[in-house]
Design a protein around this ligand. Structure first.
Ligand code: PGA
Length: 247
């Protein structure tokens, strides 16, 4: 495979210091992989600094799962993009559907977070995706188009990655058909070109939602799929490494 790929793991609210052993194994495997495959892990905030030292001088990037839209201030319990960068993170995920649902994050909030993260020097992974009822009603493209227009930063496409994660595929073991992923990724590509101009053609578009060793090759083989955002299967090196290998 000749295309550039990013395989990113999202540990969500999982992982204690013990889990850093999994990261060491992932880091060793990443070193054996084709240079066109980038590997990234977003552990919980509590592990970012330690994770960054585990992967030091390896090819694995460490990132945050969210950040605040402001750099600092009276926001108890929140973490800013500059803090992530200061802890050794090089990227951050924004707009994950679990944040949109659990924390009421709107497209405008997601966009503000993305802009702040870019200013802090982080790469951003902007997540979009429709719910099952939106897909059943034939509104998947409308929803994803609206999320993209509202959530993407205005510029700096070279530091932006988009993750298409149908909400109904996250953590369920279900995935859309190859045809549906292909159609949605082509739609997202057209939106990225409309938004960023020519540089929108180079933005990686990850697929996320129940990616596992058994379906990774098929999903990653779709033309406009530039990698995967992996939840459950990123927690164990024995699941995540075959997904890296599939890329
Ligand atoms: P999953 O999660 O791989 O466990 O479905 C994906 C995600 O939420 O990023």
């Amino acid at each position: 495979m000749t295309k550039q790929m990013l395989i990113a793991g999202n540990w969500k609210m999982n992982g204690l210091r013990d889990s850093l052993g999994e990261l060491s194994a992932i880091s060793a495997a990443a070193g054996e992989t084709d240079a066109r495959v980038e590997v990234a892990i977003a552990p919980p905030f509590t592990l970012i600094a330690a994770a960054a030292s585990v992967v030091e001088s390896s090819r694995v990037a460490i990132g945050g799962q969210d950040c605040h839209a402001k750099d600092s201030g009276a926001h108890t319990g929140c973490v800013s993009a500059v803090m992530l960068a200061d802890s050794g993170a090089s990227f951050v995920i924004v707009g994950h559907s679990e944040r949109r649902t659990d924390n009421g994050e709107t497209d405008a909030i997601v966009k503000a977070k993305a802009e702040t993260a870019l200013s802090a020097g982080l790469r951003v992974i902007v997540c979009v995706g429709e719910t099952e009822s939106e897909r059943d009603e034939g509104r998947a493209e409308d929803v994803v188009g609206r999320q993209l227009r509202g959530s993407l930063p205005t510029a700096r496409a070279e530091h932006v990655v988009v993750a298409y994660e149908p909400v109904w595929a996250i953590g369920t073991g279900r995935t859309p058909s190859v045809e549906d992923v292909d159609a949605m990724h082509n739609f997202i590509r057209a939106q990225l070109r409309a938004h960023f101009g020519e540089t929108g053609g180079d933005v990686l578009i990850l697929y996320g939602g129940s990616v596992k060793p058994s379906n990774a090759s098929e999903l990653l083989g779709i033309a406009e799929v530039g990698g995967a955002l992996v939840g459950g299967a990123s927690l164990k090196a024995s699941d995540f490494i075959p997904i890296i290998a599939a890329a």
